[in-house]
Design a protein around this ligand. Structure first.
Ligand code: PMT
Length: 404
């Protein structure tokens, strides 16, 4: 990771004694490392140790004039390509989840646009506490990555989950985040989430897509150095670092947003669950239930939405743009995916079997099969959506190499 800029934020737990080893591992890998510490972290590891090992001055205080004069805290937050929080205490997780910025470290974490890699360390009961678990879930939703904690004997005398991951494991995870920019020069447009098709000012037709799959792909493409545009249906997820997000609501809006980005796009990935149909007319006012007699049926006329993926497939020359579609199927997975591949002129279809537990909509995992035009089929095991995104982008890179 030559010259990559890593900020290590240290908070006050006994595992801070392992941070010098982490700094050494990152430096061995070629990174430039700067450290920032909370006041309590200074109880466990001396700033001078981190300063000596990193070869850079260590920040310990938000209001210390000399430190702020050398590099102000916003400049430090902007400088980092990756921020590692190690160890991350329960207190720090709570502050980060609720957006508190009352000291140097919490302020840096709120100010930075760099991806966050968090290595929690605490007593097992603190880790398992519902408040901590809720904070971790919130942070994951916002795209924060976690390494550890591991299980084992803890410094406090308890045994269980709560040990900070080993410095080598944290450094390896950092390496994954800072991997070579293999998609530099590519402009990747990803659609994500479900669309909402309004019936009247109150009611919509929607589906269960959370956006998790598409957001994971966008995050991974950005991590690999691509310029990424994420065209997203309504979603509670945070925009991944380095990604430009365009919010849309309906299938028609998604189509317009995609077409607006298409001239520069070199890779198009359609992970959204676009409504196939929309109400033919949108009532200006809320449809009153009193307009129907008891037991009388309300007839809603639906019309087809444009097929965005098929339009992009038809408009894309093979040499110019790679087109990747998804297929959500509950039977005849590969045959149905192959039909979509041909009809929508894709270079690859990612087929998910939505009848399988843990796959498809909303969860954090997916089980997909890659279906290629040359007849090749690769079935992946159940993986996290992040891992699916990694495997997909590896495949896209291979397709790119073959084409060029
Ligand atoms: O968002 P998550 O909760 O993480 O769930 C992920 C997912 C299950 C939504 C995702 O993995 C997925 O399978 N997305 C496609 C779902 C779908 O609508 O499939 P489809 O078979 O109807 O459509 C096939 C392809 O055409 C898809 O790439 C879709 O984006 C695209 N399409 C479909 C209809 C349409 N009008 N325009 C499109 O572009």
């Amino acid at each position: 990771m030559p010259q990559r800029r890593v900020l290590v934020a240290v908070t006050g737990g006994i595992a801070a004694y392992k941070v010098p080893e982490l700094v050494r591992a990152l430096r061995r890998a070629g990174c430039t490392v700067r450290c920032a510490m909370t006041a309590s972290a200074g109880q466990f590891v001396a700033p001078l140790v981190l300063q000596t090992l990193s070869g850079e001055s260590v920040r310990t205080d938000l209001f210390e004039r000399e430190q702020e004069g050398q590099i102000d805290h916003i400049a430090l937050a902007d400088w980092a390509e990756l921020v590692i929080v190690a160890p991350a205490t329960a207190n720090l997780l709570a502050k980060l989840a609720s957006g508190l910025a009352d000291d140097l470290v919490s302020t840096l974490l709120l100010a930075t646009r760099a991806p966050l890699l968090v290595a929690p360390a605490m007593n097992v009961n603190m880790w398992n506490h519902p408040a901590t678990q809720a904070n971790v879930a919130t942070l994951r939703e916002r795209g924060v990555c976690f390494v550890g904690p591991e299980s084992g004997p803890l410094a406090c005398g308890w045994e269980g989950e709560g040990r900070m991951a080993e410095p080598a494991a944290i450094a390896a995870e950092a390496e994954r985040h800072l991997g070579a920019p293999t998609l530099a020069g590519e402009v990747v447009v990803v659609t994500a989430g479900g669309t909402r098709e309004p019936l009247d000012p109150v009611r919509v037709f929607a589906n269960r897509s959370s956006g998790k799959m598409g957001y994971a792909i966008a995050a991974e493409a950005a991590r690999r150095g691509a310029e990424v545009v994420l065209v997203s249906g309504p979603s509670a997820l945070a925009t991944p670092a380095g990604v430009r997000r365009v919010d849309v609501e309906t299938g028609l809006e998604m189509r317009d947003a995609v077409h607006a980005e298409l001239s520069k796009c070199t890779v198009f990935i359609a992970a959204a669950a676009v409504a196939d149909f929309r109400p033919a007319a949108r009532a200006e006012h809320k449809i009153k239930k009193e307009s129907l007699a008891d037991g009388e049926a309300l007839t809603i006329e639906l019309v087809r939405n444009p097929d965005i993926l098929a339009e992009v497939g038809a408009a894309s020359g093979r040499e110019r743009r790679l087109v990747v579609g998804f297929a959500a199927e509950s039977q005849d997975l590969v045959a149905a995916a192959r039909r979509k591949l041909e009809r929508k002129r894709c270079d690859l279809i990612v087929a998910n079997d939505i009848s399988r537990a843990g796959a498809g909509f909303d969860g954090d995992t997916n089980a997909v099969t890659f279906v290629c035009p040359e007849g090749e089929v690769e079935e992946l095991p159940l993986l996290s959506k992040r891992e699916v995104a990694e495997r997909l982008l590896e495949r896209i890179e291979t397709l790119r190499e073959k084409r060029s």
